[in-house]
Write a protein that binds this ligand. Sequence first.
Ligand SMILES: [Zn+2]
Length: 510
Amino acid sequence: MTKHFYLTAAIDYINGAPHLGHAYEKIGADALVRYKQLTGYQTWFVVGSDEHSINILTKAESLGRDPQDFCDEMARVFQDAFDRLSIGYSIYARTSSEANVKTAQHFLQKCYDNGYIYSGVYHGWYCPSCNRFYKQEELLPGNVCPEHKRPIDELDEPNYFFKLSQFQDRLLEHYERHPEFIQPESRRNEMINVIKGGLDDFSVSRSTVKWGIPVPFDPSQVIYVWFDALLDYVSGVGFADNRERWETFWPCDVHVIGKDITRFHAIYWPAMLMAAGEELPKRVFAHGFINLKGEKMSKSAGVLVDPLDLADQFGADAVRYTLLREVPFDRDGDFSMEAFQNRYNADLANDLGNLVNRTANMIKRYFGGAVPAAGDLEELDRDLLAAAEATVAAIDPLMEALDFSNALVAIWAFVGRANQYLERASPWLLARDPANRPRLETVLGTTAEAVRLIAYLVLPFMPATAARIASQLGFELRTEADWSRWGSLPAGSTIGAVEPLFPRIETAPV
Ligand SMILES: [Zn+2]
C-alpha cells in the first residue's frame, strides 16, 4: 500500500518581497517532504499566498494598483523565489483562487448550518497588520499593537461570530489525546495556557471591508481573512476540485508555521474543522525565527541577508544547507554572512567536496574511471559500513522531529568518517605496489559506496548536489529503489566529469 504524506508551509502575506524568514521555513518544509519521498511516501506539499488582508489592500492602493492585479504579480515573485531555492512544492495555492473561494464559503456555511455562527456587534482594537482584534489589556501603553509596535484603532462593526468559546474542553481533550499535535513542547504548553485562560468567540466576517470572499449567507459582508487563509490548506489539496486527492491526503500530516501564528493553527483551526465536521491535522509544528548577529532582521537597521542573492551566487543548496545546519528549527537562532562562509568552506567545500573529488579522481587515475568492486572486507571497511547503517537509522527520528540541524550533524559525522577512512586506508600508498591491487579495489569500491550513500542522505537538503555527486560517480539517483542498502553501487559504473562541488569562497561575501 502506498504511504501518503501531506505537508503545508505557511501561506504568506505577499505585500512585501520574500526574505530570509520565508526562505528558512520553506527550505525546512521542503527538506522534510523530500525526505518522505526518499523513504517511499507519495507527497503533497502546499505553499501559497494569503491575499485578502487589509495590508495587501493598503499596499496596492498606495501603489495605485488594483489589489488582485498586485497579488497576481506578487504571487509570481514568491513562486520565482521558491523556484530559485529549489522548493519542490506541489501547488502554489492562492487564497483568491476559485477553489479557495468555494471552499471557504462551503466551510463557513457548514459552520453556520451546524450552529456555530451567530451575528453580533464587534467592538475592539484591530491591528490591520496582524489582521486580528486585540483586547485592550493585550495592547502596549498608548493602544499600541504588541507585534507591530504601532498605535491601532478601535472598531465597532456588525459581524458574524464563531463560537470558539464552546471548544475549550474539546481542544484540551484533543491536546491530551494527541500530545504530538502541537510541537515543539514549549508552544504546546503556551497554547494550553491560552485555552485554560478562556476562549472568546471570534468574528469571522467584516462589514466595513470589501476586499475578500463574500459571506455565503450574507453577501454584504466578507469572510475574515484568517478564516479563508486557513482553508487554503484544504482547498490546496483538492477539496473543491479534486476529491480523490483530498480523500487521499487529508488529514494533513504537518502544518509547518512560524511561531507567531501558532494560536491560529493550534486553536482557531482545529475548532473550525470540528465545527465543520472534518478531521483535524495530525501535527502543527511552529518553527523559530532567525536573528542576524543577535538582532531581528530589519532592512532599516541594515541587518539583512538576502537568501536569493546568496542562492544566485553560491547555489540554492549552499543556502539550504547552511540555514538548516546553523539554525535549529524548533527555536530562534542566529545567522550571519560569517556563519554562511564558515559552514560553506568547512562543511561543503572541504568535508563533502573534497571527499567526492578525491574519490572520483582516484578511481579515474587508478582504474581508468571504472568503479572497482570491493573484495574481502577488513575491520576498517566494516567499521565504515557499520557507521553508514547507524547514520541511516539515526536520521529517521530526527527528520520525523523536524530536527534538521541534528540530522545534518549526523550526516556530516558520516562524511567525516568517510574522509578518515580514506586517510587510514591511504589508497595513494597502496597504488604504488601492484601487489596491493585487490586491497586498492576494496578501498576505493568501499569509498565510492559511502559517497553513493551520502548523495542520498544529502538529497532532501541539497537536491542539486545529490544529482551532481551521482553524475560524477556515474550512477543514477533512483529514489524508488532501496538506496539505503549498503553495496548498491554497481561495480563498473563510469566516473563522469569531475569538478569541485563547492569552490571555496576566498573573500568575505557582501
Ligand atoms: Zn499588529
